[in-house]
Design a protein around this ligand. Structure first.
Ligand SMILES: NC(=O)c1ccc[n+]([C@@H]2O[C@H](COP(=O)([O-])OP(=O)(O)OC[C@H]3O[C@@H](n4cnc5c(N)ncnc54)[C@H](O)[C@@H]3O)[C@@H](O)[C@H]2O)c1
Length: 286
């Protein structure tokens, strides 16, 4: 007999308070997916959100959502892989606000997924550009203002694939692991300036980039075996952890990389088998 307790959707939290009141927060890729949820949640907590987004339509949509909810946000249409765009972003944020309190480096992509024996220096470069290079560019651009302002919080979104072996794309995994270690090292180096740096390692989160549900609508029961908490992740699940890390709730937390994965990293290859009625680590189902 299965001992699975279906968890359902994201549990409602009615009143968080106003954890980022008056703070200036830059969110890269803040127009959709995890970044979109971060932008909306931060604005709901009183932050002035600077949405740094390559896709104007996505950026406009999140701005409309935030405006309708009474929040404050501006859109900067930028490609954060481009140093000139990052410099433009830095100038636009600092000319307007004179400071930056929170930076969420969220942009990243596993596509195109290239098998390593078929990969090339060009495909490695592309993986670097979209998963690590922009993190260095944007962080370097914002850090001096955080130092001058007496502190800040940096939240880097990498991946659970940077925290475990990822057989499908070792180059992507290496970039994500580098992002996690960049985060840890940044924390060690800049804590004395009042700057905290922490990372989030998502897995299994339904976004435009990673669609776990289309074609899988009739397979609700399979989530029981797939992920310890028994459901797909939602961008809001990631955004809540980003809010914790960005806000003073985590004032003594720095250098941490938190898997936000419903327990897949903790499970590490163990799956619940309803047939066997226990956890297994064999592909037989028994
Ligand atoms: N969704 C998951 O399950 C999952 C799992 C592991 C890691 N991640 C990581 O989480 C982060 C967000 O993933 P997601 O699934 O929400 O992605 P997504 O592709 O759905 O959303 C990314 C957003 O960033 C924007 N963007 C892309 N490139 C950009 C650029 N160069 N400059 C500015 N904006 C850009 C996109 O337009 C989009 O709005 C990424 O770093 C990703 O690697 C996600």
């Amino acid at each position: 007999m299965s001992d699975h307790v279906p968890v359902g959707g994201v549990p409602p939290i009615d009143d968080y308070g106003s954890l980022l009141a008056g703070r200036v927060a830059v969110v890269t890729g803040g127009g959709d997916g995890i970044g979109g949820a971060v932008s909306r949640l931060f604005a709901a907590h009183g932050a002035h959100v600077e949405v740094a987004e390559i896709d104007e339509a996505r950026g406009e949509q999140v701005l409309a959502d935030i405006g309708a909810a009474g929040g404050s946000a501006r859109l900067q249409v930028v490609d954060v892989r481009d140093p000139d765009d990052v410099e433009r972003l830095r100038a636009r944020v600092l000319d307007h606000w004179g400071r930056v309190d929170v930076l969420v480096n969220n942009v990243g992509d596993y596509r195109p997924l290239v098998r390593f024996h078929l990969s090339s220096p060009e495909s490695w470069q592309a993986m670097y550009d979209v998963n690590l290079h922009h993190m260095l560019l944007v962080t370097r651009a914002m850090l001096p203002a955080m130092i001058d302002g007496g502190g800040g919080s940096i939240v880097n979104v990498h991946s659970v694939e940077g925290m475990r072996g990822f057989p499908g794309e070792p180059v992507y995994a290496a970039m994500k692991a580098a992002a996690a270690h960049f985060t840890t090292s940044l924390a060690a180096g800049y804590g004395r300036f009042g700057i905290r740096a922490n990372g989030i390692g998502p897995d299994l989160t339904q976004t435009p980039q990673v669609d776990y549900l289309t074609g899988f609508e009739d397979h609700e029961h399979l989530w029981e075996a797939w992920v310890p908490v028994g459901r797909v992740g939602r961008p809001e699940d990631q955004a809540r952890v980003a809010l914790f890390l960005a806000s003073d709730l985590s004032s003594f937390v720095t250098g941490a990389n938190i898997p936000v994965d419903g327990g897949t990293l903790a499970g590490s290859g163990w799956f619940y088998s309803p047939q066997a009625g226990r956890f297994i680590n064999r592909p037989t189902g028994l």
